[in-house]
Write a protein that binds this ligand. Structure first.
Ligand SMILES: C[S@@+](CC[C@H](N)C(=O)[O-])C[C@H]1O[C@@H](n2cnc3c(N)ncnc32)[C@H](O)[C@@H]1O
Length: 247
């Protein structure tokens, strides 16, 4: 995500947790995490999921990986019993170490090119034990979520007490790629920061193909956080993939 403005990366990372309070998606992943002995959170952001897992009594290995330094600084406020690493998914070199890997908060959609996606899935596959699982969600392209983003405006008070307003504008939709900006303004409407990002919207078949190529099979796919069955109108594609048995 490229950004310009006078609201720093640290301020934006602190605001992230205000804008993304604990919700049903976190409960969905927490259940999977608590059931696994060792957990890799890829694109962990500010680390809320692993913090909660430890607070709730997870006794095994918890490791969060993210290339965003400012987010990782927030995550590292808890560092004695959770591991944190600054890296992209593709840069990870773990080998057969985790029972489950997760990518939450639509982090999977930042993997935009085929090369990045393949390298990331290969590294995640390598990080898992035989029979390990990879759980993540992507927005269903058929639900065209980006069409409602320009109507979304979020008012919030950041951790320093500043009132901010966050809005979204879609710049382009090209095949599976949606490029948009997120603008953070002060209470008077003056822009503080503009972040620009591209997300990839893969459909269920496309996901299945990429996962199969990386040595996973889809074990379960849901359309919502209460494990509703996935159908073409579902807003989300929640995928739990399992490492293929070696022949
Ligand atoms: C929308 S945030 C989600 C953060 C967190 N998982 C959550 O649920 O709140 C997406 C995260 O993906 C991270 N990210 C960006 N590129 C990445 C990559 N190539 N590999 C892994 N993570 C990446 C970003 O730094 C960011 O923290």
């Amino acid at each position: 995500m490229a950004s310009v403005g006078r609201y720093s990366d640290d301020e934006a990372a602190a605001l992230y947790d205000v804008l993304n309070r604990w919700g049903p998606s976190d409960d969905f992943y927490l259940r999977l995490v608590m059931d696994a002995g060792s957990v890799l959170d890829v694109g962990c952001g500010t680390g809320a999921l692993l913090h909660r897992a430890r607070e709730d009594g997870h006794a095994g290995r918890l490791c969060g990986v993210d290339p965003g330094r400012a987010s990782l600084n927030v995550a590292q406020r808890r560092r004695s019993d959770v591991e944190w690493m600054a890296a992209t998914a593709a840069q990870m070199t773990f080998d057969g170490e985790f029972d489950i890997a997760v990518m939450t908060g639509h982090a999977f959609q930042v993997l935009v090119t085929d090369d990045e996606l393949r390298a990331s899935l290969a590294a995640i596959r390598r990080a898992l034990v035989d029979g390990g699982r990879f759980a993540f969600e992507t927005r269903n392209p058929l639900a065209r979520a980006w069409e409602s983003w320009p109507e979304t405006a979020i008012e919030a008070v950041d951790p320093s007490g500043r009132h901010v307003r966050v809005t979204y504008d879609v710049e382009s939709v090209a095949g599976e790629l949606v490029t948009f900006t997120e603008t953070t303004r002060d209470a008077h409407g003056a822009p503080l920061r503009v972040d620009r990002a591209t997300l990839r919207f893969l459909d269920a078949d496309g996901l299945g193909r990429h996962l199969a190529h990386a040595g996973f099979h889809v074990e379960a796919q849901y359309g919502g956080w209460s494990r509703e069955p996935f159908d073409p109108t579902s807003p989300e594609i929640l995928t739990i993939a399992r490492v293929d048995r070696r022949p």
